[in-house]
Design a binder for this molecule. Sequence first.
Ligand SMILES: [Zn+2]
Ligand SMILES: [Zn+2]
Length: 351
Amino acid sequence: MRYERQILMPDHDYPIAKGLKLILSVIGVLCFKDWKVSYSGPTCILIRRGAIDSSTAETHRQDLIKYLHHDKMRDYFWSNNRIKPVLVVFSDGGPDEAPRNEKVLQAAVKSFKMLDLDAMFVCTNAPHQSARNPVERRMATLSRDLCGLIIPHDVCGTHLDAQGRTIDTVLEKKNFEAAGRILAEVWDRTVINGFEVIAQYVPPASTAASESTEANDVLWRDRHILQSKYCLQVVKCQDESCCSPMISRLRLYLEDGFLPAPVMFRHGLYGLEAFKPCPNDYYCPSVIPELQKLICPVCKKYFFRKASLTKHGKIHKNLATIFELAEEEIETEVVSSIDEGGVQIIEDMEA
Ligand SMILES: [Zn+2]
Ligand SMILES: [Zn+2]
């Protein structure tokens, strides 16, 4: 038998009224197994109401802090009576999470200072690769548990008029809370790969983000932050009048605490030889044409944004003269850069 019938399904389930949705913030903890980072660990979910709350860098920061201090998370995040000093966050590349965004940087610096971390790394995948974010693997299980579940929007009576407009804000608050708690109850019973899921409804609270004074200080930024297109690094400096000594042994593995930029290798007489150090975003095709203009001509530090480079430039003496000279140097350098096997080689990257 053959049916020739067009199947019509909406791409999205549109809410009955604007903002009538629950917003989730999902944090997947990755545990170590056999000295390697695994894909498994507990999952923490915070549920907010869409009518008032939104998903911002500040709400993500608050969620992270909340779960880092959660009793059930102590085995994973705590050691020697304090939060482990190195925190690595893999996020999606949305505007509220992308490490290149200023708001995300401000939030990261606030967490770094508040938790007295040795280092904090916020990384994301390149565009169209967010499915590789480890937390995405847990979404199938979370979605499965919602199959056949209809959460009523009017548990305590409808708060909407015939056009879907809110007419009773008190009732709306109660309805959202009831719906959020139903969802939290369902996921609280979920187990993913042997690890528990902790879900919680968060009543609306102030999510106004105050700016970090440290992150706005050009000199502090310069010493503690390395921001590239897909990775943000905030690391303690070695000046004890500025930062307390590191608790972890991070500098045993990373000389200055920062993840190193890529280094080009070539086959030499004795096998692979380190050839040229490259700027952090060297492997981002969209950045390559602008790369030379984003490197500080004085200290060779790379900035993924011209505005950051200009701010950074202010800490060098005789800025105007140096930059004028450097602009000329850059132009000659770009023209004279060697092309070997289709790979552009950046000269003079050594600091
Ligand atoms: Zn410092
Ligand atoms: Zn510089």
